[in-house]
Design a protein around this ligand. Sequence first.
Ligand SMILES: Cc1cc2nc3c(=O)[nH]c(=O)nc-3n(C[C@H](O)[C@H](O)[C@H](O)COP(=O)(O)O)c2cc1C
Ligand code: SF4
Length: 659
Amino acid sequence: MDFMAIFSVFIDDGCIVCDACEEAAPDIFEVTEDTCFIKPDARLDGGYDRNIGKSGLKPDVVSSLSDDIFDAADACPVDVIIVVEGTGEEVPEAAEEAAPEPEVEIVPEESVEITGDDLESLLTAGDRTMSILFGSQSGNSEELAAKFAKQATDYGLDAAVHDMDGFDLSALPGMKRVLIICSTWGEGEMPDNAEELWLQASSDSAPNLSGVNFSILALGDTSYEFYCQSGKDWDDRLQHLGATRLLDRVDCDVDYDSSAAAWAIDALAVMAAVDGSGQFHENQVEAIKDRVSGAAAAGAAGEDGFTVPETAAEVIQAEISIFRYDPVSATTGKDTWVCALPGHMSVLESLRALKETHDGTLTFRDGPSDDPATAISVNGRLILPGSVRLDSVAPIRDGGLRLRIEPLPSFDVVRDLVVDHWPLERGRESSKPWMVAATREGADTAQGVVGTMDPSTADILHSITDFCSAPLLHSCSDATPHSEAYLGPAVLARTWARINDPRSSESSIVGMQDVMDSKEGIKAETDLASIRRQNGSARIIADALLDARTSTLSRGGFNGRHGKHVWWYSWSVKSSGRVNDTVIYRQVLGPMGLLGNLFSGVTARMVFGFTRTGGNVFNGMLGMLAPPAGIGKMPKQFNSSVDHHHEVVAIFNEVDGRF
Ligand SMILES: Cc1cc2nc3c(=O)[nH]c(=O)nc-3n(C[C@H](O)[C@H](O)[C@H](O)COP(=O)(O)O)c2cc1C
Ligand code: SF4
């Protein structure tokens, strides 16, 4: 037979889950949460995935559904349905049986003998592909994968980023260079998007990976017992399956930026030193690093060493959706534009460009790049748009960028992206932000008598108030959208700095403490984590606000609703010598609250909602007593003894005069 018929069909990277294929050929395609699968009944291998391995289709499927398959391929808006045609001979007659292994003669690429002179050919010749797989729950690993893939071009590598979710494990043995960036969740568990791949990779049927060169970057948090466990698991497993570790795994704590960047420099260099045949040229690694850093330095200085060269960034296809509000007609909505913009353009410049070329009515606060009033939300991230480039504001997928631009939360919208900052200003005013100085000693200098300050105190005070934008910090708080009276983190951080400022007078400190202790003060803040998550000095500010809260609670003798919980918790530690996390739930809920949980369905939701991923329903018998702490896929309870109990007692006695 020599007719051309469909032999196979598979889904390439980039499916946008639009359902068009499933509508055209429901017997062949099934659209999942984030890609599209070829159904098992249609395939010779009975597999259920994107069919990257190009398993043939069953003959009856080919004869009856070819037109539908072509219709689906035509309907796919991003052309990721790839139809493989053949002469028909590829389709075995005994179709229902397992497909015979195709006889493929693998012609290994010649390994190159590298000398210093032909480093160039190592970095350019043959197969230069590299795969970066990410396992990520909240996006950190995913962002790093995208960033390092871009960086890989400097090393002569052609990098592709793969979400572990939906990744076809059978494709891994064919990859010569593999980087894995994976975080750890739960109690030493894989992030959700990595669970399925991990199950396959850790099973007995996992493929041999002897041709794979790899390195692992593990993201985690040292405060967890199973620090970076997922990264460790991948590291051990890949080695067990025969892959070659070219660079030791790096484990990163929550401040992962610098260690991840250092790992990338080494990891990309070793991957670049793998030639087209898969052979690693260790003696070239340093030369590659020198070459890349030299090129960067030359690029920065320009060819003559003095002039700064023009930097041309790649053009990015951007789909920008912007929140719109018209106060005259009181209508809200969203406008979306698709445009090609240079990656180095700032978000603010892109807004200006849209206003100039597409819609003159688009309204946003304009100003210099560091103008605090320009702050907006992009894909949920709060930024100063003039200081963030398009190519760094969100991960770029398939050369494209999707931005959702909204006004800052916590403020009323005036028009489009412009919000009303007055509530923040009123809060600032009510906090009496002026300095009432104490009378103190000064130093006699040529310029007259000046007040002095210890440099470390000055540094601390500066860092507490060193935020780029008060409206942005105000919006970070989870509490500000729900409480108009709450002064917010920006006002309170400044108040706390002045309370600790040695120049403040005693009486003004008392006044500021009253502000801090009031119900509009720090007790109204629900959770400092939302502040801590922001970039820059957010962590220092969150720590300062925590100190402010502790100080407020201790001044109140740990009375009131907030203080009581802390007091009871510390009391249980003091008297039992053990830290037990169910105590806090019981203190918060009380016996009636626990019963209420049962009847209101909270317990049921915990059982059914949190165990969808297969975790145990109960973490132990304690779960019976204190839901939700012990139920579902929540971290296990702890009940461990306190090492330095006498110190806890001393601290407790210090904060609570009544004991
Ligand atoms: C609920 C929760 C559980 C976590 N469990 C662990 C853990 O067991 N071990 C660890 O090292 N890190 C743990 N982490 C920290 C994350 O791995 C870390 O924040 C990482 O940067 C997240 O990266 P991702 O955004 O790519 O998922 C946990 C974080 C959260 C919020
Ligand atoms: S038509 Fe294309 S993009 Fe849409 S779901 Fe199918 S494969 Fe994905």
